[in-house]
Design a protein around this ligand. Sequence first.
Ligand code: ATP
Ligand SMILES: Nc1ccn([C@@H]2O[C@H](COP(=O)(O)O)[C@@H](O)[C@H]2O)c(=O)n1
Length: 681
Amino acid sequence: MYTTAFLDLPHLASACGSVQLPGSKSISNRVLLLAALSQGTTTVHDLLDSDDTRVMLQALQHMGCVVEPSAVVAGQPLRITGIDGFLPNNARGQLFLGNAGTAMRPLTAALAVLGGSFEMTGIPRMYERPIGDLVDALRQLGCKIDYLKNEGFPPLHIGQPDFSQLSDAPIQVRGDVSSQFLTSLLMALPLLATNRAITIEVVGELISKPYIHITLELLARFGITVRNDNWQRFVIPAGSRYQSPSDIHVEADASSASYFIALGAIAACDSSHNASQNGIQVLGVGKDSIQGDIRFVEAAQAMGAVVESGPNWLHISRGAWPLKAIDLDCNHIPDAAMTLAAMALYADGTTTLRNIASWRVKETDRIAAMACELRKLGATVEEGQDFIRITPPASRADWKAASIHTYDDHRVAMCFSLAAFNPTGLPVRIEDPKCVAKTFPDYFEALFSVSQASQPAPVICIDGPTASGKGTIAALVAEKLGFALLDSGALYRITGLAASRAGLDITEANAPAIADLVRSKAITFTPNHRVLLDGDDISLAIRTEEAGMNASRVAVFPAVREALLQVQRDFRRLPGLVGDGRDMGTVIFPEAPLKVYLTASAECRAERRYKQLISKGLSANMADLLADLQARDARDMHRAAAPLKPAEDALYLDNSSGTIDEAVQQVLTWWEQRQPFTTSA
Ligand SMILES: Nc1ncnc2c1ncn2[C@@H]1O[C@H](COP(=O)(O)OP(=O)(O)OP(=O)(O)O)[C@@H](O)[C@H]1O
Ligand SMILES: Nc1ccn([C@@H]2O[C@H](COP(=O)(O)O)[C@@H](O)[C@H]2O)c(=O)n1
């Protein structure tokens, strides 16, 4: 997941390949709560690991459920032993539910029926999301719920209910604000229906029926068959008791699929990148899905997508191009419909999405958010209380490079990534990309895995003499931008070490053998910054001064440099790369858009290297260090092959007196000056 302040998506030209999607958020959180209320242990497979499921799992553990392991571990099922309809004695606590509507609403209903003493809290946006209709319905039953701040909104306090006045009269709940209120009652009230049937009556037109369908399907899996009288009355049978189904699989998220369905419809497939596959293959969800958002497929087809499907897969490719503008009632696909707003940027006219009033009370006011950000890209947008109308930029020249504000809303971030396929060749900046953690933490990684940029990924080169701070500054710049990192010096250090270990003297006569040796080796840079040579951890061994000297000696040989050339270029990937070394800007990436030549006085560098070695527990002597460093500079600068020198278009940065932060900031400022983005509104 990208945790940077922003993520710059280079202009993307084509896409093809397969994507395995994470589990559905709606199904994951429902399954977790139902398993928690059940008798027995439920093994949940393919659970979504996201912010919303994390807060739900923590809350369930607070309620006395046993969860093993205590958090989602990739590829492993999770076991939940339920409370069988009863909280432990004196159950109490504060449950922090972030901005997870799928946790706040159902947990409020379940706890209001179960009792105990709980404070339901969240982030500030959660306190703007209405819950009054659910609370009103629960109070009809005798539940004790108090507002802790504003009437009708979380945070809430839930106390011990009094069901002495409970009658057979139907419980009424509004259905026209959020279907989550009805879902919450449907999941909570079986706890009360042990001796009597309970009827829920919907007041007003029920929105988002497909989400109620998911709820009913899952209730059935946990032993509760609810009678659905035309979406107006729901009867929970007497004698209800939750029973674990033992095992349950969470299908992939159909709303998350919408971005890749759109991708297949928008992006041409460049077969030179993936000859075996045309279009986008989505794995984990297909035509047998119980999720309402699977009907996004029909909307995408109406806009021109060509979609084939199997029980749990979809294949999407471009059909009509430009896409066809549509006028659609989106009540049945409220979440995925946002993706249609992004597709509308590529349509042949004005697209109108209607009946989407619920967008206004989601993670953010999504109608306002989409309108504002689409306008930044050059679209003309009209918004109403329950509709949005989008006319794409009139011509290529009308597209703008925008910095997209994401409102802590995962769907805004994912939708606008699609703007990177604009016809004008512009990049797109996504602010706060980590907001996708709500449903799809690795969304951008998945997008990059199937997308090809119109230009090779951008590279920032940082070259300079030893101990000038290149490695330190390159790593920090890469971290700030979410770019990959190439420590090219490490490759020469590895080569020198490999030669020594193989008993090969570092002589010109041995150069071809050393080059062959390094070609034959498995070199791994692990995510936790370890360096492995054929599986052996050599992270520390390559950091000695001797290893630096040997590196500088093997680096003189053209055969060795040739052996490492493609290895270095292969580090280049989306969204970009920072490379540090001696010849990044002159030889390896001569077309890089930013080249920095980092220097510092020899004395300053020797002192820094001294401190660095001592801090790593390695022995050092100042006078020797200065002499070694000067010898290394001389060899690196005066060798025939790729000598250390500033590229003609490099920017100088003297790092002798400034701090590390100042140097990093300078590089980032230079990078920013090369970006075309208009700032956030
Ligand atoms: N501006 C600075 N102020 C203080 N210390 C710095 C500064 N820049 C770098 N350093 C420190 O100097 C030491 C050497 O930096 P670093 O290892 O990044 O240099 P390098 O150029 O990558 O060296 P080499 O080419 O030998 O790998 C590190 O301990 C780093 O923290
Ligand atoms: N692009 C590069 C990077 C490094 N070298 C040689 O490797 C030596 C060790 O590099 P460090 O950055 O890890 O100190 C260095 O002295 C160079 O001789 C290179 O040639 N090209």
